[in-house]
Design a protein. Structure first.
Lengths: 116, 913
């Protein structure tokens, strides 16, 4: 199975992170885990891009962090969605929808483009 | 998970660079660990699993760095917005607490306004007179030559260098290379101005004669018209023009622009107004208004009988120069000293030469930075003003101590609030900042009120200076001073209470129900901060009260001291017969007529005249040779001098110790006679035998026929100088300026106008100026009165504030100890003993303050002793009164809370506990 470079799709990772947090606070590992499971391991998120993205979203005020205890009783940094983050997710989703439809129309078209 | 809005504030993640790094490392470590755990679960060996996890992660360092970047950036923005929102929160909080305690706020603002207002008022005056440079381009390049305080000086006799003659100025100006320009300025004595032909009574603008380069050296343009042209300096009478000041243009000419080109008559001479100065330029004499500037070449026309432009013995000119590029004041000083000394010495005639040489060697000409211009009032008032400044600073310190105590009491009342907030995670710095914000707002509001108060205060102060004309401008300098002062005040009264108030012992505070227990409360302990502040207040009050006492007593002595004449009964009439053209025999005749006419005026007991008058501000000196006396130094043969009319000593009320007064026979044809004062007689004739000896001055020889008691002629503080009196009718050239001394039977002030009218009948064209000696003396001690009055006001203010502080602290302390008193009384103590206990504690504080304040007061008085007149350094009456007043106020302030304590019923007190 080929890994698709999610980073290519601008904003996709952000949306996935926000989505991952809609069911409650998660730590970074949990976010990776969720994405892998939710996409049926079709998308593998590199940690190298995930953590900077988390910190960036925190700086933007879309998510908040706090230290808490993980399921195996370890100190972990939990992220949760803020009200702004929730709103961003909503607008992001509809934009994503439009993007996918447009891109897919283009990718699946059989007609040759008319040249001027 | 809580959704409350303050969730982040209380449980925020750690802040600061260290926290950020640690958090990121922990977060990433957690990720690796989770991954490793899963791989182990999948069957890998732990080491291999961790290696695999790390490999999966990729470049850990890069991830870490980019996370760090993002977090640091975020931290910075957060801190910035936090500051702004904290400040907004603090201000809102402060406003709320100010509104909640309106009484407290009012007291604080009022005392602050008084303290800061007094400081601003005094600073306004000091700035205007002492600190501020002239409003001209590059004032730092100006130098003054001569004594800058002698703005109205005129001396006839041996050439001088504190003020100089016109020929000396001309020599120096022609030869100086280090100055790009030097101008001359001299006071114009009384000017009679008629603005148009319709005007009957002349008015008397204040004027100065200046060389034509006056405006060009100062680099001052005109607002209207032109300044003097350089050729208006060539020949006497060649420049019949004047420039008038902006203020005079507005008040006298109603701001009429057509005034340029208009002709006015000054002393009868038609002069054309060619210019009006800009409003920001009030002249080069600080503290004195000037209305007209007249080219010095017009002086002979306006004063036809005064040779002030040609005579080297008439010194009346001050000089101001502008340094040439690259030249320094020190270089200019050495050049000007050389030039001026040469001009003085080479032109000195006969035996004058030796004394001129000695004079310039002993005191070379004063050449100083001239940025602040000339000023008589600066010289006069700088000392008193700095005493005032010290007094108002003390008042402000007392205000600060008072407020600090109030804030301390409040902080301790809010102890529980502070404890709770700190228990909830607010950090101490944050709380201190909040309390300081409150102090700062109070101080700034107080400062604003203070500025408003200073608008009134500085004009009141100026009015009290008796004559100085200073514009009390509240400009950027003054406002800057006030702002800095308010800031310092806020720190002074706010910082310690804020630190104390937030040093809370959490457990103890939370345990105590309903009451805050903070360290602030310890301020009421034996040596607590609150009590120390009261001691400081008392000490400062002692300082101010003792000072007040001594200054007031010094002023009273000045007002009542025996100056050797009948000070309450004398009227002086300044006569200018010179301008009316009197000289020689005609002048002597006029003098006799005036004395006779004065004697005929009802209410006059006796009349005489003298050249210089008493407390008139003019003084003459001469060199003499005394029979039987050998002068050791040049100064030995120098003494003060006056020429007087018959009956002089009898009329002014001075005692003749030996021999006789001047009589009618001491006239033009009589034998030349002289009278010495006692100081001169003792100096020249230490073994007696003055009577009958001969004294020579100005090529005339006189026989000494009398010795008179010393008279303080010009200055109450100065030691009486050696003085020689001769007859006005027996000297070579009797001056046309003189002063009639008239002793009255009743109130001298009531006689003034009738005397003037009666004298005017002798010759209506005479210029007469009547003033009582009391007024003249009052004028001469006006700065003493200023200091004594104003310092008294501040002394009373200080006392009231200190009493208030003591009252506050004692009330607070007794309230806290209610249960103790209750217990004491339950155990049998009577109310009297409780009263004594509390009062005793109050008096202990006062005693502590006195012990600190007394040495300080004595030290301070040592510093200002030159301001005191006939007051010893240990002035017991002042000290006694100060301590009495202080103890009485303190007893009153302590009595009220003490009585309240004594009234506490045992039961109430114990229930309360």
């Amino acid at each position: 199975m080929a890994d698709i470079d999610v980073g290519l799709m601008r904003g996709t990772l952000d949306l996935l992170i926000l989505k991952a947090l809609t069911w409650g606070p998660r730590h970074g590992y949990g976010v990776v885990d969720w994405i892998e499971q939710a996409t049926g391991e079709a998308l593998l998120v590199g940690e190298g891009t995930l953590y900077p993205a988390l910190h960036r979203l925190e700086a933007q005020g879309w998510i908040e962090a706090e230290w808490g205890l993980s399921e195996n009783n370890r100190h972990a940094k939990f992220y949760r969605l803020t009200a702004t983050g929730r709103a961003q997710l909503r607008t992001g989703l509809s934009a994503w929808q439009q993007f996918v439809e447009a891109a897919s129309r283009a990718l699946h078209t059989t007609a040759t483009p008319r040249t001027a | 998970m809580s959704e409350r809005g303050d969730w982040t504030r209380v449980f925020r993640l750690g802040v600061g660079a260290k926290h950020i790094e640690r958090d990121i490392d922990q977060e990433l470590e957690f990720h690796i660990a989770m991954r490793t755990q899963r791989l182990v679960a999948a069957g890998l060996a732990p080491e291999a699993a961790r290696a695999k996890a790390l490999e999966c992660f990729g470049d850990l360092r890069t991830v870490r760095d980019s996370c760090l970047d993002i977090d640091h950036q975020r931290e910075r923005t957060m801190r910035r917005t936090n500051h702004v929102s904290n400040l907004r929160q603090d201000i809102a909080y402060a406003l709320r607490s100010m509104r909640q305690n309106l009484g407290f706020t009012a007291v604080v603002l009022l005392t602050l306004a008084l303290g800061i207002g007094a400081n601003t008022s005094t600073f306004t005056l000091i700035d205007a007179l002492v600190l501020r440079p002239l409003p001209v381009p590059h004032p730092e390049r100006l130098v003054t030559i001569g004594n800058p305080a002698r703005t109205g000086g005129l001396s006839e006799g041996t050439p001088r260098n504190d003020i100089v003659s016109y020929p000396v100025f001309a020599d120096v100006r022609a030869q100086s290379k280090l100055l790009s320009g030097i101008y001359a300025t001299g006071r114009a004595s009384r000017l009679d101005m008629l603005a148009d032909d319709a005007q009957k009574e002349p008015e008397h603008p204040r004027g100065r004669y200046v060389s034509a380069n006056f405006f060009s050296v100062l680099q001052v343009p005109t607002a209207l018209g032109r300044t003097f042209a350089s050729d208006e300096d060539r020949a006497p009478g060649g420049a019949p023009v004047i420039v008038i000041s902006h203020a005079y243009w507005l008040t006298r000419f109603g701001g009429d622009r057509s005034v340029i080109g208009r002709s006015v008559r000054l002393n009868g001479v038609p002069l054309t107004i060619i210019g009006v100065t800009p409003s920001w330029f009030t002249g080069d004499i600080v503290g004195q208004r000037n209305d007209v500037w007249i080219p010095i070449m017009e002086q002979p026309a306006l004063m036809p009988n005064s040779p002030a432009l040609t005579d080297r013995n008439t010194s009346w000119i001050l000089m101001m120069g502008r340094l040439a590029p690259g030249a320094t004041v020190a270089q200019a000083r050495s050049e000007l000293t050389t030039l001026e000394n040469r001009s003085l010495i080479e032109n000195a005639k006969g035996n004058e030469r030796v004394s001129v040489e000695n004079n310039v060697r002993e005191t070379p000409p004063q050449v100083e930075p001239g940025a602040r211009g000339f000023s008589y009032y600066r010289h006069l008032l700088a000392g008193p003003l700095f005493i005032l400044m010290a007094a108002v600073v003390i008042v402000l310190l007392i205000v600060c101590a008072n407020l600090a105590n109030l804030m301390l009491a409040r902080a301790s009342a809010r102890g529980r609030e502070m404890s709770v907030r700190m228990a909830l995670g607010a950090n101490r710095a944050r709380l201190v900042q909040q309390l300081l914000t409150e102090s700062l707002m109070l101080a700034l509001a107080g400062g604003t009120l203070g500025v408003l108060l200073a608008i009134w205060g500085s004009s009141a102060l100026i009015a009290l200076t008796g004559g100085a004309q200073v514009e009390a401008k509240l400009d950027a300098r003054v406002l800057g001073f006030t702002a800095a002062l308010s800031l310092a005040t806020a720190l002074l009264f706010g910082l310690v209470p804020a630190l104390r108030g937030t040093r809370v012992e959490l457990a103890a505070a939370l345990r105590a129900q309903g009451r805050g227990v903070s360290n602030a409360e310890r301020g009421t302990g034996k040596f607590g901060l609150g009590k120390m502040l009261v001691v400081a207040q008392v000490a400062l009050s002692v300082l101010l009260l003792v000072g007040t006492g001594m200054l007031v007593r010094s002023m009273q002595r000045l007002q009542t001291t025996d100056i050797g004449v009948a000070r309450d009964r004398l009227v002086l009439v300044e006569v200018d017969a010179e301008r009316a053209g009197y000289k020689g025999a005609r002048l002597l005749n006029l003098m006799r007529q005036l004395i006779a006419r004065a004697n005929e005026t009802p209410g006059v007991a006796a009349a005489t005249l003298s050249e210089n008058g008493i407390f008139s501000g003019t003084e003459s000196g001469t060199n003499v040779r005394v029979e039987g006396f050998t002068a050791q130094t040049d100064a030995d043969s120098n003494l003060a001098y006056d020429d007087v009319a018959p009956g002089y000593f009898h009329t002014v009320g001075a005692r003749i110790i030996q021999g006789r007064d001047f009589e009618a026979r001491d006239n033009e044809s009589g034998a030349k006679v002289a009278v010495l004062n006692q100081t001169a007689a003792r100096f020249f004739f230490p073994r007696g035998g003055a009577l009958g000896a001969h004294i020579s001055s100005d090529s005339s020889t006189y026989e000494i026929v009398g010795v008179a008691a010393d008279v303080e002629e010009q200055d109450l503080r100065a030691q009486p100088s050696r003085r020689l009196y001769v007859s006005s009718f027996q000297i070579p050239e009797t001056p046309g300026h003189f002063s009639l001394e008239v002793r009255t039977a009743g109130d001298p002030n009531a006689l003034g106008e009738s005397l003037r009218r009666s004298l005017a009948t002798v010759d209506p064209s005479l210029s007469l100026h009547v003033e009582s000696l009391t007024d003249l003396i009052q004028e001469s001690i006006s700065q003493d009165k200023l200091v004594a009055r104003v310092v008294s006001v501040f002394g009373i203010l200080a006392l009231a504030l200190a009493a208030l502080g003591l009252y506050g602290v004692m009330t607070y302390a007794t309230t806290r100890r209610t249960s103790e008193f209750g217990l004491r009384m339950a155990l049998g103590a009577d109310p009297g003993s409780v009263l004594r206990l509390v009062l005793g504690e109050a008096m202990l504080l006062v005693a502590g303050g006195v012990m600190v304040g007394m040495p300080a007061a004595l030290g301070a008085m040592q510093l200002v002793r030159h301001q005191l007149y006939e007051i010893g350094l240990l002035d017991w009456p002042s000290i006694f009164v100060a301590l009495l007043v202080l103890s009485a106020s303190a007893a009153l302030a302590g009595y009220v809370p003490a009585r309240r304590a004594a009234r506490v019923g045992p039961l109430v007190a114990l229930q309360d506990a």
